[in-house]
Design a protein around this ligand. Structure first.
Ligand SMILES: [Zn+2]
Length: 89
């Protein structure tokens, strides 16, 4: 599965990441930047996920603590869904 290769990921984050995609709360700002919009019952603000030097970063506290977060996961999932031709598995 798409998430198994990411260390430090728990099931809550996976569920959240899927939800963000389901509710279409992720928007591509440009090639290396995404906005993850707030989700009722989870967040009060939007977060920005950026790709910097091949690595994802997020503006939320969870990312600062864990080096990964549901927003980054959500963007990864978002990209997989929108990049069918790169699936090659
Ligand atoms: Zn985050």
């Amino acid at each position: 599965m798409w998430y198994e290769k990411h260390a430090g990921v728990n099931s809550t984050m996976k569920t959240k990441a899927r939800k963000y995609n389901k509710l279409k709360l992720i928007k591509n700002l440009n090639e290396n930047e995404w906005i993850v919009q707030k989700m009722d019952g989870y967040n009060k603000t939007d977060y920005i996920v950026r790709m910097i030097n091949g690595k994802y970063t997020c503006t939320c506290q969870g990312f600062t603590n864990n080096n990964t977060c549901s927003h980054v996961l959500a963007v990864k999932l978002f990209q997989e869904c929108h990049d069918e031709k790169n699936k090659g598995r």
